[in-house]
Design a binder for this molecule. Sequence first.
Ligand code: SF4
Ligand code: SF4
Length: 122
Amino acid sequence: MPWVHEESCTGCGLCIENCPVDAISIENGKAKILMEKCIRCGSCHDICPNEAVRHDSEKIPHIVASNVELTKRNMKISEEYFGSKEAGLKCLDKMIKHFIREKKIAEQTIEILEKIKAEESK
Ligand code: SF4
Ligand code: SF4
């Protein structure tokens, strides 16, 4: 999914003019993409003169770091609330299971989408 690097955006509005589904607006002088509307066509990325529209992959390290922080926070709260280290470890197990589930969802979705792609490309 595209996202806007705010420091690079000048609010020129070119991306808005080239978005086919009106998914972009200007807020506080910066472009903002409404993900629910975006069809991932890439026009905004290609048209932006300042390379302010970035690809999702750039955010992966930040998302991973944020997941780790969230897990640590949950462990700490569990330890404090339930008063034992075991409670923190139980929480850690649950968070690992949660991310395994997310991975399975992504893998199964990709599998189906690849099949659709193969069918549609015939
Ligand atoms: S085209 Fe680029 S610089 Fe202009 S508003 Fe869109 S994101 Fe910002
Ligand atoms: S990727 Fe396409 S649909 Fe999504 S915000 Fe950019 S121009 Fe609009």
